[in-house]
Design a protein. Structure first.
Length: 162
């Protein structure tokens, strides 16, 4: 399991940081785990291994992850803004703890934010409709080569080209 591999790679400070966030929001843990597993399953089905690279499939995965965290946490806490705030906290922390270069990290943070924006548009639709919506948005994704380019594509998915 990918989550387990990530956890065993953490040093003590990183693990402590994660545990503090999780223990401050215990109602959000289970829906976040479910959203994460669901995200990986959907992306594996749609994109195979491609979502582990830095292309459009990766952008889709980050957007989907934030949407699903928002949806599942909202069901538990009943407050959309709290669900989105949690999605930001947990996905920002993931990027902080992950070993990415600056451009990859910036792209991931950007796509996470785009996902939280899209949450408002798909929070009430079926999962199939949500995925179709995100696949359409993926077709509009913008290729970037530098971090500064992200400021020009605020509500659009971005992916890295070499």
């Amino acid at each position: 399991m990918q989550v387990w591999r990530l956890l065993v790679g953490f040093n003590a400070r990183q693990l402590w940081q994660l545990l503090l966030v999780l223990f401050q929001n215990p109602l959000c843990i289970l829906p976040t785990v479910i959203a994460t597993q669901k995200t990986i399953g959907i992306c594996d089905r749609l994109y195979k291994e491609a979502h582990h690279a830095d292309g459009v499939a990766n952008a889709f995965r980050h957007v989907l992850w934030n949407v699903l965290i928002g949806r599942y946490v909202y069901r538990w806490v009943g407050d959309a803004q709290k669900a989105l705030d949690w999605a930001k906290v947990i996905t920002d922390l993931h990027e902080e703890l992950s070993p990415n270069v600056a451009l990859e990290k910036a792209m991931d943070l950007h796509n996470n934010a785009v996902g939280r924006c899209f949450f408002k548009e798909v929070s009430e639709v079926s999962e199939e409709a949500m995925i179709a919506f995100l696949e359409e948005k993926t077709k509009q994704a913008v290729a970037i080569k530098e971090v500064r380019e992200l400021s020009m594509v605020s509500h659009t998915m971005a992916y890295i080209v070499s």
